[in-house]
Design a protein around this ligand. Structure first.
Ligand code: DER
Length: 252
């Protein structure tokens, strides 16, 4: 169908542009979700076996790890990266992309390891089909900003989010067959916190609950009990960690 075709096209285009021309890359990060399945398919089909055998692939969670293994690619974990070393490139999806390439991520509850891998990479290629492009985060992805939290602190965080103007924040329930909350690969819970669409530039209207994306991110990450947030910065975002990228190179 159209959506799957556009995801696959975006994935093949991103690998053609950001990996095929660089056979000397040795460390590649692989994100989580359904679009990244096509990224791994593209990598397996567009690169020579001899090139692939010299590359190592770093996952962002259990699903990503399975993708790498099923494709017969060399698997390694980010904790094996020498301190100060960076991956050459990482590919990951997004739930929503604003004009400054700020992202909502975490629809697949893998945001914590994703942000670690993204910020351990020299280049972050965000693979996002037409549905994800929006004028302000929260416009098309209305489920809320995914926030990874310590289960013990979930109620405290919910209260803080409501105080900040989140509309009905809630702990993400498990799917049928899993009583209770979604438990992430890190043993944590996810809270989805809907806000009014985030402003790309300018300042927040805190009283009105209309936040500017950077200002909201800086408040959310400080709430005690929050492990990581599903807001990733684009080009105009806050200073990137030394050497690591949070800004996607392209949104396809
Ligand atoms: O959970 C995540 O961060 C995923 O990368 C998600 O944002 C993209 O998932 P999709 O490719 O299935 O839309």
């Amino acid at each position: 169908n159209l959506i799957e075709q556009s995801k696959r096209l975006a994935a093949f285009q991103s690998v053609t542009s950001h990996l095929v021309p660089f056979p000397n890359y040795t460390r590649i990060g692989i994100g989580s979700g359904s679009t990244v399945i096509y990224v791994v398919e593209a990598i397996s089909s567009l690169l020579l076996p001899s090139t692939l055998s010299a590359m190592t692939f770093y996952p962002t969670g259990a699903q990503s790890e399975q993708l790498i293994e099923a494709a017969g690619l060399n698997l390694q974990y980010i904790n094996k990266l020498p301190p100060g070393a960076l991956l050459d490139v990482c590919f990951d999806g997004a739930d929503e992309v604003d004009p400054a390439l700020n992202l909502i991520k975490g629809g697949g509850a893998c945001l914590w390891q994703e942000k670690i891998v993204v910020t351990s990479s020299k280049k972050f290629v965000c693979v996002a089909d037409f549905r994800k492009i929006s004028k302000g985060l929260g416009t098309s992805w209305t489920k809320g900003i995914p926030i990874e939290v310590l289960p013990l602190a979930a109620n405290r965080v919910l209260g803080e989010l409501k105080r900040m103007g989140s509309l009905e924040p809630r702990v993400r329930p498990g799917l049928p067959g899993k009583a209770g909350a979604v438990v992430t690969d890190n043993g944590m819970w996810i809270i989805d916190a809907p806000f009014k669409p985030l402003r790309v530039h300018g300042e927040s209207d805190r009283e009105g609950g209309e936040w500017q994306v950077d200002e909201l991110a800086e408040e959310l990450i400080r709430i005690p009990g929050v492990a990581e947030i599903g807001l990733f910065y684009g080009r105009d975002g806050v200073q990137q960690p030394e050497g690591g990228a949070q800004k996607p190179v392209e949104a396809y």
